[in-house]
Design a protein around this ligand. Structure first.
Ligand code: KG4
Ligand code: ZN
Length: 336
């Protein structure tokens, strides 16, 4: 059989990325141009600024990916691109570049769901085996997903308000840490103690849903009250207290799901999968489930990247899914 070589593009937020994936699990190139430094001075991603930078970067990352993969354009089987969810202006830059590339080279075009991409990043570590559960934790999503076969997703639980990455970024902002705050809180948490006893919202409830806005507000109130009383807050202790609460909730709910759904694999997906507290706790807890394989992608495949879109796009291609030049971007898009 001929090799399947997917050229993939991801531009849903503040990373412009292009990858070349061979046979669904070999990364020939994964170029990620991050705009973090640009958005940092605004304390978060400014959508209009992000779109403009994607326009400036997109052809450069495509050229670089093809060069690094050391392939000829005629070796490419199809083009996969993130269709949503994400910032609409940012998505459209990647989608239009993918359309132009597929049209110019007469290649099939495939739209990929961003969260499906995050889940499929795990396939770069080990082949997915079904049934499985995926804990999806990113800047925009917090979900537990049950899969019984490739490309079929059942969302069994989700956040009712803020996503966990969003809570990390807001807590970091009140602590005056740079954007994106998750990695900074994670680093500081390592040297802090859990002394502030923050709430474990919804942990005792018999469902797989989450809520992080109450936890976020608890941190904000703590900081504001301390300021009014002229008291010192220890930022490492606050970071640790927040992280312990988040990890208790995420891991507690995930293990509840593992008890209910007899699965072979537990995957972790999305930017917050880079969190050391979450990774360590899951690696400990999984020892109680010897039949279950825990997969967490390496850090570079946790945060946004085109490699994950190429892996998922390979499975979509094999299934016969195709988009045409009417492919559109969607700020909100259900995972179906
Ligand atoms: O998946 P991602 O790159 O973009 C979205 O699809 O949202 O996730 C970005 C999120 C941000 O909120 C960022 O703060 C968080 O992932 N993040 C982390 C860590 N690294 C990235 N959160 C906690 N600990 C980390 N080490
Ligand atoms: Zn993402």
């Amino acid at each position: 059989m001929n090799d399947i070589i997917v050229l993939s593009i991801e531009s849903s937020c503040d990373e412009t990325s292009c990858a070349v994936i061979k046979n669904g699990n070999e990364v020939l190139a994964n170029i990620v141009s991050s705009q973090i430094n640009i958005h940092q001075k605004f304390g978060g991603v400014v959508p209009e600024v992000a779109s403009r930078h994607h326009v400036g970067n997109i052809t450069l990352v495509i050229d670089e990916a093809i060069k690094e993969a050391n392939i000829d354009v005629k070796d490419i089987t199809c083009v996969a691109v993130t269709q949503g969810p994400g910032l609409i202006g940012s998505l459209l830059v990647g989608i239009n570049a993918a359309k132009a590339f597929s049209y110019a080279h007469n290649l099939p075009l495939i739209g990929v769901h961003h969260i499906a991409g995050h889940i499929y990043a795990n396939h770069l570590v080990q082949n997915l085996e079904f049934p499985l559960l995926a804990l999806v934790v990113s800047g925009g999503h917090t979900e537990i997903i049950h899969m019984t076969s490739h490309l079929s997703y059942e969302v069994i639980g989700k956040t009712r308000d803020d996503a966990v990455g969003e809570a990390y970024d807001k807590v970091a902002r009140v602590c005056k840490l740079p954007y994106p705050g998750g990695p900074h809180i994670d680093k500081l948490a390592a040297s802090g103690k859990d002394i502030y006893h923050l709430p474990r919202v919804m942990l005792d409830q018999d469902n797989f849903d989450f809520s992080f806005s109450g936890l976020k507000s608890a941190v904000i109130n703590l900081v504001h009250n301390a300021k009014q009383r002229n008291e010192e807050i220890s930022i490492p202790d606050l970071a640790r207290s927040f992280q312990e609460s988040v990890v208790d909730i995420l891991v507690g709910k995930t293990l509840k799901a593992v008890e209910k759904y007899p699965v072979k694999q537990l995957l972790v997906a999305g930017g917050v999968a880079a969190n050391s507290g979450l990774r360590n706790r899951l690696n400990e807890e999984i020892k109680h489930y010897p039949y279950l394989k825990l997969i967490i992608p390496p850090l570079k495949y946790c945060t946004d990247n085109a490699a994950m879109i190429g892996v998922c796009g390979t499975f979509s291609y094999l299934k016969g899914e195709r988009s045409d030049l009417s492919l559109n971007g969607y700020a909100n898009l259900d995972l179906k």
